[in-house]
Design a binder for this molecule. Structure first.
Ligand SMILES: [Zn+2]
Length: 444
């Protein structure tokens, strides 16, 4: 069952005040234990220990070890309050840990290091162009000048973490500064927490190395008085074990459901009928759902834009030569193609393979070729190398690229990535860490 922490605690019968001694639904850690060792997680709650707490809470007439009352869902055969109330990384990580800690890191750069001012950062955010790919619809929000937390919602905060280097990297005077190193580590943790697939063997590194060192570095940069550790930091320490238990946490966040709110808001705005809004919303939503599931529009495999017959003479140089060797009969060239909700545009990047974390094989989309039910991408193959000081991938463009054709259905990572130019160099900033492509499935 998905939900934010407060919702999950209400459903599970856990305490709803996160400032209390026992604030965690996953374990019985106390606030003092958490403050003295932020990366500590205790043995997970079991149904037996939970039931004991419910019993004691009933006898004492108050909460006991974070449990307020029993959970009706426990009477179901397959649902347990102790093991089925999953975390939401949108609320806990991006609107919690990232929002507070990155705001603190920025305040450290502004006030302590005096490397830039909030106005400069916000001016750059205002003028930053997220023209292509996954970042097109979500620009980072302006950063609040009080330094308390970031100004955006979860996805905007996620984008700010990813693109922070492109926004203000030139003002960072020392890449080994503890503040910058803390940011790099926060970004690395986000990439691991958001991975749609991960290696079980990465989890000990995350649990025993990355998270403890993050809290160590955090202590140096962010003072406990100004930026106190909060329960969401503790929930983050549970993520490695929760990833092993539930799989990729990105599939358990609540945002797809929250996005539905926009449908109802838009509906009320357009109909301006407030006599029985619940009924209006329910009926119109069902009608929309029926349309989406039965309309022919949604049965189309690909939706193309700006289409013309594909011909090698429309291109120049090596690409034209490559195309002249292909059979292009009945193929069309289009500028943009949509497959479901994913849009591909020429110039975007496809991730072809990941031999290691530090080296990616990528393809810059040069031609989008379609033919009835077939979709091929003709790409210029390149290598991208991870720069650990900048926390982004630099794309090698010096040598001539090799052209190759990739059928849509064979893409291992079907989400196109935007390419960013910074100081005349090309970069890539991933949303998540890729697993190596030549690994056995048993290890995933
Ligand atoms: Zn815990």
């Amino acid at each position: 069952m998905i939900g934010d922490s407060l919702g999950q605690h209400v459903i599970g019968g856990f305490i709803q005040s996160f400032s209390s001694t026992y604030f965690c639904r996953f374990c019985e850690i106390t606030r003092e234990e958490f403050k003295s060792n932020p990366s500590l997680t205790k043995q997970e709650r079991t149904l037996e220990s939970y039931n004991r707490c419910v019993l004691r809470a009933g006898l004492l007439g108050r909460t006991y070890k974070g449990v307020k009352e029993g959970c009706e869902l426990n009477s179901l055969k397959l649902l347990r309050a102790t093991s089925h109330l999953v975390p939401c990384i949108a609320h806990d990580l991006f609107e919690g840990v990232v929002s507070w800690d990155l705001a603190g890191i920025i305040a450290y750069f502004v006030h302590k290091k005096k490397w830039f001012a909030y106005k400069l950062l916000n001016d750059r955010i205002k003028n930053f162009k997220c023209q292509l790919g996954i970042d097109r619809s979500n620009k980072p929000a302006f950063v609040r000048q009080d330094g308390e937390k970031l100004g955006g919602h979860a996805v905007q905060n996620w984008i700010l973490v990813r693109l922070f280097f492109f926004l203000i990297g030139d003002k960072i005077q020392d890449l080994h500064d503890p503040g910058w190193q803390l940011y790099i580590q926060l970004k690395e943790m986000c990439e691991l927490f958001c991975a749609p697939a991960f290696l079980k063997s990465d989890m000990p590194y995350l649990q025993d190395v990355l998270i403890p060192t993050y809290f160590e570095k955090r202590k140096v940069v962010l003072s406990e008085e100004e930026y106190p550790l909060k329960p969401k930091h503790h929930f983050m320490a549970h993520y490695p074990e929760l990833m092993l238990r539930y799989g990729p946490l990105i599939h358990l966040w609540t945002l797809p459901f929250e996005q539905r709110h926009s449908f109802f808001k838009e509906l009320m705005r357009k109909t301006r009928n407030f006599i029985n809004p619940e009924r209006s919303c329910a009926v119109r939503y069902q009608m929309s759902f029926c349309y989406a599931t039965t309309s022919e529009l949604f049965n189309e495999q690909f939706v193309e834009k700006k289409t013309k017959p594909l011909s090698s003479s429309s291109f120049t140089g090596d690409l034209s030569e490559y195309l002249s060797r292909q059979n292009l009969d009945h193929w069309f060239d289009c500028e943009v193609v949509s497959v479901g909700s994913t849009k591909y545009t020429k110039g975007e990047i496809l991730l072809l393979a990941s031999r290691s974390y530090s080296e990616l094989e990528i393809g810059i989309i040069k031609v989008i070729a379609t033919q009835e039910n077939s979709l091929n991408f003709i790409v210029e193959e390149r290598k991208a190398f991870y720069d650990k000081d900048l926390a982004v991938y630099g794309i090698e463009l010096n040598s001539p690229g090799i052209y190759s054709t990739h059928e849509y259905s064979t893409l291992k990572y079907p989400v196109p990535q935007p390419l960013y130019i910074w100081r005349e160099k090309s970069f890539l900033s991933l949303k998540f860490r890729l697993v190596q492509c030549d690994i056995g499935e048993d290890d995933l």
